[in-house]
Design a protein around this ligand. Structure first.
Ligand code: PMP
Length: 409
């Protein structure tokens, strides 16, 4: 009976949001949740999304019927082109199978479920997914739910607040042949630290040699650098190297479609004479998993994204909107670093501008995070991660001074 069900802890991030909302101090700052805010700390509906929404509303052909199990075809095919490049041989050779999912979380889950059912490496211990330490906390839960064993590879170097590249490479090289390696395509969550292109090439070389299986989680394409191609570079490099791989693609951040749950899952077969057949068979199994779990995906967000992705003019507007978001965040990184340096806050602060994307791992301790919350009404996760989008020209100085004060304690 339910008497035996233990109480679970509240999700730490959503708990943080609730505490922020309950705080009545006008100076309060929300650096917790990973959602874009404009310079007035307000959610931002992308102008291109507004345009697409108006077009959809006027379209008499739009109705509320079910989408196919694999989702809207115009959306999944445009998503392939976005992530792999329009002229990708993987697409023209029909080696890619794609399904629309419940945003990025659903795509990670669908891939996880598929791997747990069908991944059968020669070495049994290789049926393990290696995730970075730290990683997006939900990764551990998602893989745990489908009983896929999870192990860590080192990622963050606490001294430099950059990448622990040697630790990462050593760990991946010593993982059993055929292991699954989860990689953040760009704008690593929670650290904001990405490998350089040279480092990606070395990671790919080691994984190739060890016959390992890449699973890319791509939640920030275009949102990190402002360039879709640059943020998709690592995935494209791995595809060019001939890997068989999977991609979880989210449109939450880059379209600001958080609550609409638009995402896509892709399986790419390695180039071979049986690749088309493999992609087809994998697709047939994914369709059965999808049918049993969600039956078919939600339509609205995918329709918006599809309209934009398939129309050159709207696409150009979207790229401008992406530059607006990424540009504002990059400006806030510069402003925060320069304020801290101006204040001569003990420590080094170059990592604030070296890191990329929505988040920054500040290096603040749990104790300092607690002090920021109690004394200054500033909310962030215990690990010292801040959402850069929570900073704006009105609060960056207040935040810098607060950090300065707790660092000097
Ligand atoms: N993966 C990573 C690394 C993320 O940061 C996020 C967003 N927090 C997601 C996946 C999925 O988000 P969503 O389901 O909202 O697309």
């Amino acid at each position: 009976s339910a008497e035996l069900v233990p109480q679970a802890p509240a999700d730490p991030l959503f708990g943080l949001m609730a505490a922020y909302r309950a705080d009545t101090d006008p100076k309060k700052v929300d650096l917790g949740i990973g959602a874009y805010r404009d310079n007035n700390a307000k959610p931002w509906v992308l102008p291109v999304v507004k345009l697409a929404d108006e077009i959809l509303r006027k379209d008499p052909a739009v109705n509320h019927e079910y989408l196919p199990i694999a989702g809207l075809v115009d959306f999944t095919s445009a998503s392939q082109k976005l992530i792999l490049g329009a002229s990708s041989p993987a697409i023209s050779e029909k080696r890619v199978t794609s399904l629309q999912t419940i945003s990025g979380t659903g795509a990670v889950h669908l891939g996880a479920l598929f791997l747990s059912k069908f991944y059968s490496p020669a070495i049994a211990a290789a049926k393990t997914i290696y995730v970075s330490n730290p990683t997006w906390a939900n990764h551990n839960q998602i893989f745990g739910n489908v009983s896929l064993p999870v192990k860590n590879y080192p990622y963050f170097n606490k001294e430099t607040k950059g990448l622990d590249f040697d630790g990462m490479i050593d760990s991946i090289s010593s993982a059993p042949e055929g292991s699954i390696i989860l990689l953040h395509a760009c704008a690593h969550n929670p650290t904001g630290v990405d490998p350089t292109q040279e480092q990606w090439k070395k990671i790919a070389a080691v994984m190739k040699q060890r016959c390992q299986f890449p699973f890319f989680d791509c939640a920030y394409q275009g949102f990190a650098s402002g360039s879709l191609a640059q943020d998709g570079w690592a995935i494209n490099y791995f595809v060019e190297q001939g890997f068989e791989l999977m991609i979880a693609q989210s449109y939450a951040k880059n379209f600001g479609l958080y609550g609409e749950r638009a995402g896509c899952f892709h399986f790419v077969a390695a180039p071979s004479s049986s690749a088309v057949d493999e992609a087809t068979r994998v697709g047939s199994q994914l369709a059965i998993l999808q049918r049993s779990e969600i039956s078919n995906p939600p339509a609205y967000g995918a329709r918006i994204a599809s309209l934009v992705l398939n129309d050159p003019k709207l696409f150009a507007q979207w790229e401008e909107d992406l530059r607006t978001m990424s540009g504002r965040i990059i400006e806030m990184r510069k402003a925060l670093r320069s304020k801290l340096e101006e204040l001569k806050t003990p420590g080094t602060w170059n990592h604030i501008t070296d890191q990329i994307g929505m988040f920054s791992f500040t290096g603040l301790s749990e104790k300092q995070v607690g002090q920021l919350r109690e004394k200054f009404h500033i909310y962030m996760t215990k690990n010292g991660r801040i959402s850069m989008a929570g900073l704006n020209t009105g609060n960056v100085e207040y935040f810098a001074k607060a950090v300065d004060s707790v660092v000097r304690e």
